[in-house]
Design a protein around this ligand. Sequence first.
Ligand code: AMP
Length: 417
Amino acid sequence: MTFKDLNLVAPILDALHAEGYTNPTPIQQEAIPIVLQGKDLLGCAQTGTGKTAAFAVPMLQLLSAEPQKGHRNIRALILTPTRELAIQIGESFTTYGKYLNLKHLVIFGGVPQGAQTHALRAGTDILIATPGRLLDLMDQKFINLQHLDIFVLDEADRMLDMGFIHDVKKVVGRIPVKRQTLFFSATMPPEIQKLANTILVKPEKVEVTPVSSTAEAIDQSIYFVDRKNKKKLLTYILNDKKVLSALVFTRTKHGADKVAKDLSKDGIIAEAIHGNKSQNARQNALNNFKSGRTRVLVATDIAARGIDVELLSHVINYELPNVPETYVHRIGRTGRAGASGIALSFCDAEEMDDLKAIQKLIGIKIPVVEAHPYLAEESGLVQINPPKNKAIVQRPNAVPAFNARHKKKPAGQFKKW
Ligand code: AMP
């Protein structure tokens, strides 16, 4: 199927063509016709599936069919949990709408509101917003949503995770009842299902790439390593020029700073991105990474949400997440839209349970890289029939294997734990 088959107008087809898109992704194939018909949509899809275009493209088409004369009222609202996502969605509207006469505006918290209120006064067709700033500006009467035709709730499950669900409900209570609603969520916990039931009317459901299959498409490996050696292992891996760009995940903000600092000391240019940094600092770090000026970006999960970097070659889990779904979200940052990606995960003795939970979720045993210099210096974290108490069996004679770099053993050769 091509985009032409989806009955898109020429200016949008031209913009997609200019972007180098030839074929719609599965969610685009399914969602675009539904949205064009004016129906409500429940989309189960995560970032990386092409979901932004799945809603942005048909929205642009619907809105351009009824151009506004004079002052532009807000006719479409996209609510998204993070600033980074909001900015990226804004960029998508710029890209796909570049040959149309529609205006969009992105607003988010953490920055002074002056520029945003100034732009709001000038009028916009499409508003992309994070919940807190939106409500704030609505309360101050800078935003009037009474002309809203289309409402998009993006990453609903993340809204819940991040404690924004109350704000989302507040926004829903203040927009016209008669509207088209598009609801996207990677997962459907009961509370999200309930929310979907209350805000959607006879929705068509579209579901793509269940969490596990996304993970299978990425080349994954585990490095068993002592906690104290993670730093050295990371430098060792990043000294390989084949790692063109790497997004490194830590569990904590402090951890992210420390890892970035340690890497810089080792001569590897790295920046950290997390919630304690100012919006400007985060955006600069992200821009440096996107443009290739920085090769390594160290991030916490919240800061990394929605980071969309084309051609990200490696995701490195410096620490495993304790929520297994987070692993899938993290590694989904690489291997976007069919490109191949590599995800490396460090696992120390205390993270074995996290690893087990991840493997259970994705339904595969992640191959283990046995040949790396920090494997068994002290504890030999190799799965040799561990006793029931999950202790790690020592392999005292294991020596650093510098010359057998990155040689993987199929996980099947290791005993089950
Ligand atoms: P998303 O899931 O919206 O975050 O999109 C993931 C990535 O895929 C983004 O970098 C998009 O620019 C890209 N993308 C979206 N649709 C297509 C398509 N039909 N063909 C190629 N790349 C696409």
